[in-house]
Design a protein around this ligand. Structure first.
Ligand SMILES: *Cc1c(COP(=O)(O)O)cnc(C)c1O
Length: 343
């Protein structure tokens, strides 16, 4: 294995990790600091996040009857789920290419990971998924909705068949829900093996490390057994409690990013030498045709713009790069550099 690599972005325009480029507005900084002042750092944090739970359900439209489990980022929730299911010989499944932590964590915990290739257009290969489920009887399937790094939503009819066919747990990972505005939360009640995972990372709070899982009380009770106590520290709790009360600010920033994404997409599609895929998230995946992805990546890097190189990660990502939507100024700098490189 290799440790998860984080590129050094000192003095770079950072468009590699799907972060929201906008800081909190100045008007919220003082009230935010005031909210943090009362955090009791001498005490262990509230293990049940009792203040946050009802507010989170209300602000994020989580049905009242569902349970919520909190994680130190959704990465930790993936780890909690796989730890709870871990038994020698068990299989964790996901389409590929997708979010790499499903595979990394499954392998770290000694489970077998089965990746099922997507179709060429990055839609789910229904027959291959159903065949793989039948053959491997997965303990869990992870489906990023929309998918990272491809940016698309999967077909709900195919998802429905997968959830019904899977003997184990199906985790719908909605890390980009604030951009896609599509959710499976309302459908949790329709199945006995479906949970939905969210995070505030891509919405503008990546530094806080806060994710949550929504599901039936019976599933969450089991998963909670392997969660480390006090996994959400008191400064994160105080921050989340404050920021949920100002969540509209993050939603407005997400709208601005969605608009910028369409602008960048339109401009990128005018360039010859690349094919850009549609996206409902805050990033765009594109394939280089005339010069290699490496050359484009390096030429941007030399201009102090950091994006993500995906070539080599999976055969379906041949010559592919991924760019996160930044501020309007960052996007213009990126676009003019890319135009120059491809001209
Ligand atoms: C970024 C990302 C995550 C991880 O989110 P954290 O809450 O920051 O750990 C999970 N799933 C997908 C699909 C992602 O792109």
């Amino acid at each position: 294995m290799n440790p998860y690599h984080v590129a050094d972005a000192t003095n770079m325009i950072k468009l590699d990790a799907m972060e929201n480029p906008f800081p909190l507005p100045d008007s919220l900084r003082e009230p935010y600091l005031t909210a943090l002042q009362s955090a009791a750092i001498n005490r262990y944090p509230d293990p049940g996040l009792s203040d946050i739970k009802p507010l989170l359900k209300q602000v994020l439209n989580i049905p009242e009857q569902h349970g919520v489990l909190f994680g130190n980022g959704s990465d930790e929730i993936i780890q909690i789920i796989i730890t709870a299911l871990a038994e020698p010989g068990r299989v964790i499944m996901a389409p590929e290419p997708s979010f790499v932590m499903y595979k990394m964590i499954a392998q770290t915990l000694g489970l077998q990971f089965v990746g099922v290739p997507l179709n060429k257009d990055y839609s789910l290969d229904e027959a291959a998924m159903l065949q793989a489920i039948d053959q491997h009887q997965p303990a869990a399937i992870f489906l990023a909705y929309p998918n990272n790094p491809t940016g698309n939503l999967f077909d709900t009819m195919v998802l429905d068949k997968i959830i019904r066919a899977c003997p184990g747990l199906v985790v719908i990972d909605e890390a980009y829900q604030i951009f896609s505005r599509e959710s499976y939360v309302e459908r949790i009640k329709d199945y006995n093996n479906l949970v939905v995972m969210r995070t505030v990372s891509k919405a503008g709070l990546a530094g806080l490390r806060f994710g949550f899982l929504v599901g039936s009380a019976s599933w969450l009770l089991e998963l909670d057994k392997v969660r480390l106590p006090y996994n959400i520290n008191c400064l994160t709790q105080a921050s989340i409690l404050f920021l949920l009360q100002h969540y509209a600010v993050l939603e407005q920033q997400a709208d601005r990013i969605r608009n910028s994404r369409e602008d960048v997409l339109t401009r990128m599609r005018l360039l010859s030498g690349i094919d850009v895929f549609d996206s409902v998230a805050n990033f765009l995946l594109f394939r280089c045709n005339t010069i290699s992805a490496d050359e484009v990546f390096n030429a941007l890097f030399d201009r102090r713009i950091l994006i993500k190189k995906l070539h080599g990660a999976h055969p379906l990502l041949n010559q592919c790069l991924r760019v996160t939507v930044g501020t309007e100024v960052e996007n213009r700098t990126y676009m003019s550099s890319l135009e120059e490189i491809l001209s």
